[in-house]
Design a protein around this ligand. Structure first.
Ligand code: AMP
Ligand code: MG
Length: 371
């Protein structure tokens, strides 16, 4: 496979650890007929490495194609980063000041989708966690002191946190407004700080946006791989898209899955961004209900028909935990999901079991392959 490498300027922004690259190693299996050339172009954007594998002929037909995709990804990176100067940052500012905000239709639909997922998951997935993400220092690549916040700081943030479910999002005029509560007996509103953080869903939305563009131009087959979170279009002639699921605590793979046309595979893992403190791994996926990094799960991989669902569902099921994750997957319409618990044991839904081929060494750790 030919590879063209393009360096962007924004990798330093969130400073993704290189481990992100290994979330799901990609294998393209089968024999390779002549003339079927996929060219992989690497971009550093949205704090990760995005590999676009497109047919040589599509790039020749539209030499601007990669440039347009890159520009779109950079725009999404800017717009959907809560601590920058784009649209989401402006929205948070307006909401905290009790103001309505006129948003782009793309942001409005992503907020609506997020509200829906927040309500279906009982708040396990909730972009309102931004203020907590900031308190723990996971919003920035500079992990300032690698110390956990104090309990009373967490309690204070939880108390003042404005929730995505307390917003009125109107697709008719594209406005987003806070519902303002008043302090009983006083003529003043309850102050809320809105730091909506779309980090748990935006990568999926970005991948979907690129897939839409490519499909509109009949570009097929193609693979968009954003740091191991990926979606495919079509199938390479005589071959298949086979992805490997990274083992959370060691080099190597738990096993492989073959993806079908249009499918997305996204993983949320506690190894993607973390620091260690007193022997605990304190990582970037937080339970919005108690403000703490989730301790019962190492990784969740989800297959879905689109990237937005797969991304948000992986984050939600990560938070859900042993008793709830299967039920929550069902409520989200997700059939195929795999969970690695805190002790490294693997369980999966029956739809995932039908698709997953364990690597030999992981086979012995799979304890609950059936529903
Ligand atoms: P992912 O890797 O897709 O699971 O996304 C993790 C990112 O989503 C974190 O870095 C945070 O920015 C954000 N996040 C953390 N916890 C949650 C949560 N419970 N719900 C929604 N987003 C979250
Ligand atoms: Mg996610």
């Amino acid at each position: 496979m030919q590879q063209k490498i393009a360096f962007g300027d924004s990798i330093a922004r969130l400073g993704a650890p290189l481990a992100w690259l290994a979330v799901a190693a990609l294998l393209i299996a089968g024999c390779r007929p002549a003339g079927d050339d996929l060219v992989t172009t690497r971009l550093f954007v949205m704090a990760t490495v995005v590999d676009l594998s497109l047919p040589q002929s599509s790039i020749e037909q539209e030499p601007d194609l990669i440039g347009k995709i890159e520009a779109e990804l950079r725009q999404i990176e800017r717009d959907y980063y809560a601590w920058g100067d784009g649209e989401l940052a402006a929205l948070n500012l307006a909401l905290t000041g009790f103001q309505a905000f006129e948003a782009s239709s793309d942001l409005v639909s992503l907020l609506q989708r997020s509200q829906f997922i927040a309500s279906v998951t009982g708040g396990a997935f909730d972009p309102s966690v931004g203020a907590l993400v900031e308190l723990w220092g996971f919003h920035s690549s500079e992990q300032s002191d690698a110390e956990p916040p104090e309990d009373d700081e967490i309690a204070m943030v939880l108390e003042r946190m404005g929730s995505i479910t307390s917003l009125v999002v109107s697709p008719i005029n594209n406005t987003v407004s806070p519902i303002v509560d008043f302090i009983p007996g006083e003529d003043r509103p309850v102050e809320r700080v809105f730091t909506l953080d779309l980090g748990g869903i935006a990568k999926g939305a970005a991948v979907d946006r690129i897939v839409e563009r490519l499909e509109a131009q009949a570009v097929t087959p193609a693979l968009i791989n954003a740091g191991g979170d990926l979606r495919v279009i079509g199938e390479p002639a005589g071959r298949s898209w086979r992805i490997g699921i990274q083992a959370p605590r060691e080099d190597g793979m738990l096993g492989t899955i073959e993806l079908r046309h249009g499918e997305a595979a996204f993983t949320s893992g506690d190894y993607e961004r973390y620091f260690e403190h007193d022997g605990d791994r304190l990582h970037h996926i937080l339970d919005p209900r108690n403000g703490l990094p989730v301790g019962h799960t190492q990784a969740i991989t989800v297959l879905a028909a689109d990237g937005t669902t797969a991304d948000a569902a992986a984050t939600a099921l990560f938070v859900a935990g042993p008793a709830e994750w299967r039920q929550m997957a069902e409520a989200l319409g997700v059939d195929a999901a795999l969970r690695v618990d805190a002790s490294g044991q693997i369980e999966m839904t029956s739809a995932m079991r039908d698709r997953f081929r364990p690597s030999t060494q992981a086979g012995s750790d799979i304890i609950a392959a059936a529903d």
